[in-house]
Design a protein around this ligand. Structure first.
Ligand code: NAI
Length: 321
């Protein structure tokens, strides 16, 4: 049998760990030897109030002989959460950005506050908490970060314009952090979970709530945060014991002009739409590869211009054709 994945000596911060997925992550990390900061503001599912849900999880961990401390700050003040890790355990190695709320409404009924609060908790909260952890990761040349996206973010979902925008924003954040962190051995990956929790109560049918237990997602997060996992910038979907990966796909596309002096017309876009949209022989660019491919398009056009100029007769050149 292969060796067990352990986290002895590591310090893990899990935000929103008072219930649902975060609780499962905290229990698994502690069980595998990590000290855990169990952060949770403890408010309602729509972000009102506060409470002490983190205490229950800390007691559960301690009862099993693990190390944990509760933290009740909002992720909007993520620097305080990271400070709790430093004050209690002297370091931070792993950060799981998991805290979340919902304010589901159709777009016209979404108030400024519904929009802002969702962005403040999910996107800004993950940003400020990660920014506070970053200098520690950089100094120790080690860090593992998880961002939490959602199927609603990747594909959209009726009534979740605020949530899906923030959740896809987290993927953008992860993409860039995986690039910025590479030379410091800081990895950032994104989990796209599905699980029965208070956020999905009333959305998932009761048998799915039961079958999609959060502890079936947690082992995936543990693997992504382990020293031996080389992935960074990956997007992993996990639910009910199934695990899969996402990647971007782009059609081969086509260049709609022959020279850098040519314009392109809307009619040319229309007339070539089938080929532009053809996913046969599609590409899967990663990171800066995508902009390099576009740079090559321009380079090809400039080469064509130069070849054409070189083949002009002296008369054509004099006429500046
Ligand atoms: P949950 O409601 O059980 O857990 C979220 C926790 O975050 C709660 O304990 C809550 O008190 C805490 N929290 C909320 N705002 C906070 C703040 N400002 N600061 C600190 N803690 C705060 O929900 P669940 O399902 O476990 O969600 C965890 C994450 O997974 C969320 O980011 C959610 O959007 C995401 N997710 C969940 C899915 C699911 O199927 N359950 C699907 C896709 C994404």
């Amino acid at each position: 049998m292969s060796s067990e994945l352990r986290f002895d000596g590591k310090v893990t911060v899990v935000t929103g760990a008072g219930g649902g997925l975060g609780r499962a992550y905290a229990l698994w990390f502690a069980e595998r030897g990590s000290a855990v900061v169990v952060n949770d503001l403890g408010g309602s599912a729509s972000g009102e109030g506060s409470g002490r849900a983190a205490d229950v999880v800390v007691n559960e961990i301690k009862a099993k002989g693990g190390k944990a401390v509760a933290d009740y700050n909002s992720v909007e003040e993520g620097d305080k959460i990271v400070q709790t890790a430093i004050d209690n355990f002297g370091r931070i190695d792993i950060l799981v950005n998991n805290a979340g709320i919902l304010r589901d409404k159709s777009v016209v009924n979404t108030s400024d506050n519904d929009w802002d609060l969702i962005h403040r908790v999910h996107l800004r909260g993950s940003f400020v908490t990660t920014r506070a952890a970053w200098p520690h990761f950089r100094k120790q040349n080690y860090g593992r970060i998880i961002m939490t996206s959602s199927v609603a973010g990747i594909y959209g979902n009726f009534g979740q314009s605020n949530y899906s925008a923030a959740k896809l924003g987290l993927l953008g954040l992860s993409n860039t952090l995986s690039i910025e962190g590479k030379k410091y051995n800081i990895h950032c990956n994104t989990i796209v979970p599905m699980a029965g929790s208070r956020l999905t109560k009333g959305i998932l049918p009761p048998d799915m709530m039961e079958g999609m237990r959060p502890d079936l997602v947690a082992p995936v997060v543990l693997w992504l945060c382990h020293d031996s996992c080389a992935d960074t910038g990956s997007v992993i979907e996990a639910a009910a014991g199934w695990v899969g990966k996402y990647r971007w796909e782009r059609t081969k596309g086509m260049t709609l002009r022959e020279s850098t002096n040519d314009p392109i017309l809307p009619e040319a876009v229309r007339d070539n739409w089938e080929q532009i949209s053809d996913f046969n022989n599609s590409l899967h660019p990663k990171g800066s590869e995508a902009s390099m491919l576009l740079g090559k398009v321009l380079q090809d056009l400039m080469e064509k211009d130069a070849n054409r100029a070189a083949n002009l007769s002296p008369v054509e050149q004099a006429l500046n054709w």
